[in-house]
Design a protein around this ligand. Structure first.
Ligand code: F6P
Length: 512
């Protein structure tokens, strides 16, 4: 709710606002996070803090899509150093197992810190007393602590949408202590996978041991956890202060696998327009016997080249027939100002050209490469038209495309080839799971997917759709916010409250 002073009792903080500018108006953006959180923000009269998407323009807070939006301005220079630099050329590749070499540049880090301070300032002025604040993703890892220092009254949650790296990789980050300190300002810290929780707690134990003692939590009821599952680890900071400040309340650290709006996806998959579009796509492609599909942001984490190489070999060896097989690859443009992304685009387009040069015949192209974004309805039409979806990520926080595909295909069969390095692999166990670095294994999985018995394929698809429908994006948001509420209760029950000063002291003592 927004109080008389215009402050809000529920605040979402993400790098981007949930709207795109279209001339003079703003439209709700597509995408998983917005689908999940916009209804909660609307329902609670909440606010969403984020960057507007354009540089060198300062917007005053405004209302759009039934939400109060609080823009954070970025200059072109800051866009280069904070977003393209520290976020997408340092943290992104490091957290994705160094798919390309991360670059550690001090001016970029300074900019990251400054922008995180700017976001924190916006939270401090937007949040009402005792408000709930939910901060999202790797761009804003310092914000929980920066907010906590100024506003101990707030309940602060942080959710990381991308993987958290292993200790060996995370240790390389020159600013690793600042990130751990930053995150520990939250009451609940959420990750996608149990393995991310393990990595994060290992980093805490090793790099900030006086800050934490990892204890098995009380039994959790998450569908993915068992009593001993590391996703249910609770990290308890040791009391470090004196007097009342020693009673510090622990952040809860758990995995909350994000999901999709399964109802909306299955409704779209049942619509006549989408079905008609699916039929015409297949016809336009020459009604192939086997239609393979890839739908990805054009990002080096997605393993697009690995899948193209595997496809080429399968065509070369005659396992797939170039006359009756097609691959549609949607490559959504992304982060094109970052050199590594431009190089990837060149490499992918070179490889697509090579394959078509080798195997295409007049009127029959074996790779249809679509470098643009697609609406959800048209993406679902592609899911319905295809036989096999290829998700070959080298590292991926979750991969919602895989979840959308299985829900759209319910009752229709087909196959999902899914990288074990995508978070979705933990739930979608009926997929053809692959290691995308293993070319032979990837080829075998694609060949197998193309020849699986239809009724078995349908059973597998339906079982996966059931799992996603039972754990959709609304369940995800509910689980996280319920834990945050529980933590609020725990904090109010404890004799003291979290104490930013003692946290700082403990971290710096540890560093000495
Ligand atoms: O997967 C992490 C993420 O930040 C998503 O939230 C977002 O949709 C995607 O990467 C692309 O992000 P951006 O275009 O804002 O860099």
């Amino acid at each position: 709710m927004s109080g008389e002073d215009g402050r809000h009792s529920f605040v979402v903080v993400a790098n981007r606002l949930p709207v795109d500018r279209c001339g003079d108006s703003w439209h709700t953006s597509p995408g998983g996070l917005v689908t999940a959180l916009a209804p909660v923000v609307r329902q609670r009269g909440g606010a969403w803090i984020g960057w507007s998407g354009s540089c060198d323009e300062a917007f005053a807070p405004f209302e759009a899509g039934g939400m109060s939006l609080v823009p954070v301005a970025l200059s072109s220079e800051e866009f280069g150093s904070y977003y393209e630099g520290c976020c997408n050329a340092t943290i992104w590749p490091l957290y994705h197992d160094q798919v390309v070499a991360p670059q550690f540049r001090r001016p970029w880090w300074d900019s990251y810190r400054q922008i995180n301070e700017r976001f924190a300032e916006a939270v401090v002025t937007t949040a009402a007393t005792d408000a709930t604040v939910w901060i999202h993703d790797f761009q804003l890892q310092l914000v929980p602590r920066l907010v906590r220092e100024q506003r101990p009254d707030l309940s602060i949650g942080f959710f990381n949408h991308i993987p958290f790296p292993s200790l060996g990789l995370f240790s390389q980050l020159p600013w690793r202590d600042d990130i751990l300190k930053g995150l520990l300002g939250a009451d609940v810290i959420g990750f996608q996978r149990a393995s991310d929780v393990v990595n994060f707690t290992a980093a805490l134990d090793r790099l900030a041991p006086s800050r934490s003692t990892a204890l098995p939590a009380r039994t959790e009821t998450s569908p993915l956890t068992a009593e001993t599952d590391p996703s249910a680890i609770e990290v308890v900071p040791q009391a470090t202060g004196t007097g009342s400040s020693s009673a510090m309340t622990a952040p809860r650290i758990r995995c909350y696998p994000i999901s999709i709006d399964a109802v909306a996806v299955s409704a779209a998959a049942r619509s006549e327009e989408v079905a008609a579009e699916a039929c015409s796509v297949r016809e336009d492609l020459g009604s192939p016997t086997t239609l393979l599909l890839g739908v990805d942001r054009l990002d080096h984490t997605k393993g697009i080249l690995e899948r193209l190489f595997a496809y080429e070999e399968l065509l070369d060896e005659g396992v797939l027939d170039p006359l009756s097989t097609r691959l549609v690859q949607v490559a959504v443009p992304s982060r094109e100002g970052v050199p590594a992304y431009r190089e990837l685009r060149d490499d992918v387009e070179h490889q697509v050209g090579r394959i078509n040069g080798k195997f295409a015949a007049p009127g029959s192209t074996v790779v249809h490469y679509l470098h643009r974004s697609y609406s959800l309805a048209s993406t679902i039409a592609l899911y319905l038209a295809a036989d096999i979806l290829l998700v070959t990520s080298l590292r991926d926080g979750m991969n919602l495309v895989a979840k959308e595909f299985v829900v759209a295909r319910r009752g229709r069969g087909g196959a999902l080839v899914l990288s074990e390095f995508a978070g979705a692999a933990d739930e979608l166990t009926g997929a053809h799971l692959v290691n995308p670095h293993d070319r032979a294994g990837l080829k075998a999985a694609i060949a197998n997917a193309a020849t699986t018995d239809e009724s078995l394929a349908r059973r597998r698809m339906d079982a996966m759709a059931e799992v996603v429908a039972g754990h959709d994006v609304h369940v995800w948001a509910y689980d996280f916010l319920t834990d945050l509420e529980t933590r609020r209760y725990d904090r109010s029950e404890s004799t003291g409250t979290t104490d930013g000063g003692s946290l700082e002291t403990a971290m710096s003592q540890e560093a000495q």
